[in-house]
Write a protein that binds this ligand. Structure first.
Ligand code: MN
Ligand code: MG
Length: 683
């Protein structure tokens, strides 16, 4: 649609009282400007606000819901009160009750993340005439718009486009069921025709009641941004099909266009957090730089699974006020994740005679697990309507995750992985090696002479309160596999050198603090800021090594051997891993690979599927067969004082059963939530 030039200087004429005007707006249709046919308030006979008229908006953000529709944990198959859109829904409805002038946005990472999501995407894939469970709930809550996160791409462009009726990708999806609200991203484009995969932004005409008691229509511009590293993370789906543009560049391009088309307010849904690293068009967390683009009234953030403003996160960053919730003066918010909280931005507007101007804004977070003034827990109840909407999908998912696939004769637990237990990592590594070999034997003969190693980390070792992997003796179900390997990563293999393996292990060994053996005071073994998902244990082909925690970072791996002989730094080896570690390996180990040819295998299948296949093939897992390759340990160093680490409560028997002889129980927290263990490094 073309626009008369005058509109770009008098766009505020589009803002008028409701009545005949809203029909004119509708008649123009689509997401493009409607201002060209909009009469001025006077000719329409509708009221113009008196100067000084005020209007209060509430803008609510959910982000990184990851298909946590219900407050239910599919790994434990139990209700939980720590997550769930059904509980956040109660907060949203209370905010609406408090102020009917409410807008509701979702910032992406929406369609992936629970067994329910996997079930609907890969087990019983939803058909075109079905609405994905998460969108059923979001339609019920009447979301206004959503941005496209990185995890939206995990199941491929076809699945994403079908469940979001995205005709831009395939016209045959135009009439599929899906969200009743628009998805936006301004920086993902189709390779074939250079058109957007989705609309870059939407302009929503919304009626709000002002301080004079009358309703006025405002045009709300909502623009979305996706993290550009999707091109590495979901390379298997995206390479050759779509490409990304820089977040800041696209903001600078489209925000003036939105203003030109009459947006009274511009809201940026940035699926990314705050990073002050130098800007680049492939930057993952670009919110700090989006704030530089003029014409943005509010920034909603996500992706980092964090909270803003909470007075703690994103502290001491120039231009960032983490109490008020502003970035370089622009109101901003990040509303938690998994439905554990919502972001609430209250914005007061004032009509200055020509246009609505933002007079003030406050950002706050509302949690589903709040505390009242006395400090007592306030658990927000779930809206039961949401469970009713998706009961069938939920029941099918519970059945799916309880499906037994084999049995184990030992307890597969992660409480002592950091001190040498391999019951979790060996199962993953052996499964990964088996999956690689079954493919490579037929397809990658050129590497047949190279040793095959595998890297696996304990994803659940209570980093960020994720709890522990803990699979009891007995039947092993899919729910246990999801617990063992939380992420829907895909299997990949890299060809690297012995020197690279050492760098890789040195990075993993950063999990440990540097221990001073002469210190008599207690010392903590673990660096709590190092994610357990980066503690890769590398096994296979007779690889053994020791970690010397008394040495500084980068000098801790000693006696790195293969079948008893020192590993040649120049030797070529295959390491089986996942898509994240493979694509990001250079950054992880601090080395620049000349190109991506070191990645020699990119499986379309998930690591989890490899584990499921492996357990099915083993039928019964035994300790001697599946959990006895204790190929690494600490260099023996007597210490003057205690070296301690925290793990699951009263779990010492796990260590004993696993043959870990140098750990003792030191104490257990009074609330029973965790125990402190001592490792005797001299033993
Ligand atoms: Mn996320
Ligand atoms: Mg994300």
């Amino acid at each position: 649609m073309n626009h008369p030039a005058f509109l770009f200087t008098s766009r505020r004429a589009a803002l008028v009282a409701i009545g005949s005007v809203s029909l004119a707006l509708a008649a123009c249709g689509g997401g493009s400007s409607t201002a060209s046919t909009t009469p001025t308030p006077d000719t329409a006979g509708a009221a113009t606000p008196a100067a000084g008229t005020k209007l209060s908006l509430s803008m609510v953000e959910t982000t990184d819901l990851h298909t946590n529709v219900l407050s239910y944990d599919y790994y434990t198959t139990k209700d939980t009160n720590t997550l769930g859109l059904d509980r956040a829904a109660t907060l949203i409805q209370a905010i609406r009750k408090d102020n009917p002038n409410t807008l509701l946005f979702d910032n992406g990472d929406t369609i992936q993340g629970t067994a329910l999501a996997d079930y609907q995407a890969t087990v019983e894939r939803v058909s075109c005439d079905q609405t994905l469970a998460i969108f059923k709930a979001m339609n019920y809550l009447k979301y206004d718009a959503m941005s496209v996160g990185n995890h939206e791409f995990n199941y491929g462009l076809d699945f994403l486009s079908q469940v979001t009726h995205n005709a831009n990708w395939n016209p045959q999806y135009a009439n599929c069921k899906g969200p009743d609200f628009p998805l936006v991203t301004a920086n993902v484009y189709k390779s074939a025709d250079k058109q957007g995969l989705y609309a870059p932004y939407t302009l929503l005409d919304r009626k709000f009641t002002a301080s004079d008691g009358k309703a006025y229509t405002l045009k709300i511009g909502v623009i979305g941004f996706t993290p550009p590293p999707i091109m590495q993370w979901d390379k298997r789906w995206l390479e050759g099909n779509v490409y990304t543009e820089g977040v800041k560049e696209m903001a600078a391009k489209y925000v003036p266009e939105m203003r030109g088309k009459g947006a009274d307010l511009v809201v940026a849904l940035v699926h990314g957090g705050i990073s002050t690293a130098p800007y680049s068009p492939t930057m993952e967390n670009a919110a700090y730089y989006v704030a530089d683009v003029p014409g943005i009234d509010a920034i909603f953030m996500g992706h980092s699974h964090s909270y803003f403003p909470d007075g703690k996160n994103y502290a001491n960053i120039k231009g960032v006020d983490n109490v008020k919730g502003t970035i370089k003066g622009v109101p901003a918010i990040m509303g938690g994740f998994w439905g554990n909280s919502v972001g609430l931005m209250k914005m007061d507007l004032s009509w200055d005679g020509k246009q609505w101007k933002v007079s003030s804004a406050t950002s706050s977070l509302q949690s589903i697990n709040a505390k009242d003034a006395s400090g007592a827990a306030v658990i927000i109840p779930a809206d039961p309507a949401i469970k009713a909407l998706i009961q069938a999908e939920h029941d099918a998912t519970v059945k799916y995750v309880n499906t037994p696939i084999g049995a184990t004769e030992y307890r597969i637990a992660s409480q002592f992985t950091q001190v040498g237990d391999v019951s979790v990592v060996q199962l993953i590594n052996d499964a990964q090696i088996a999956a690689y070999k079954s493919y490579a034997d037929a397809n990658l003969q050129q590497y047949a002479s190279l040793p095959v190693l595998s890297a696996a980390a304990p994803f659940k070792m209570n980093f960020r309160a994720t709890g522990y992997t803990d699979i009891p003796v007995g039947g092993v179900a899919i729910k246990n596999m999801a617990d063992l390997y939380v992420y829907p990563n895909t299997l990949q293999a890299v060809k690297v050198t012995g020197a690279d393996v050492k760098l890789w292990l040195e990075k993993s060994a950063q999990y440990f603090n540097t221990i001073d053996p002469s210190k008599t005071a207690d010392q903590q073994l673990i660096n709590p800021t190092f994610p357990s998902y980066n503690f890769d244990v590398i096994q296979g082909a007779g690889l053994t090594y020791q970690i010397d925690v008394t040495k500084p970072v980068g000098q801790r791996i000693v006696n790195l051997q293969m079948k008893g002989a020192a590993l040649d730094p120049n030797a070529e080896v295959i390491v089986v891993t996942n898509n994240y570690r493979a694509s990001g390996l250079g950054k992880f180990i601090g080395k620049t690979f000349p190109d991506s040819s070191y990645v020699i295998y990119e499986s379309p299948d998930e690591n989890r599927e490899a584990i499921i296949a492996y357990v099915k093939a083993q039928q019964t897992l035994t300790r001697s067969k599946n959990a006895s390759n204790r190929n690494w340990g600490f260099v023996k160093t007597p210490t003057a004082g205690k070296v301690l680490f925290e793990s699951g409560p009263n779990a010492l028997q796990i260590a004993i059963d696993d043959g870990i002889t140098n750990v003792t129980l030191d104490s257990t927290k009074p609330d029973g939530s965790a125990s402190i263990y001592q490792i005797h490094l001299g033993q």
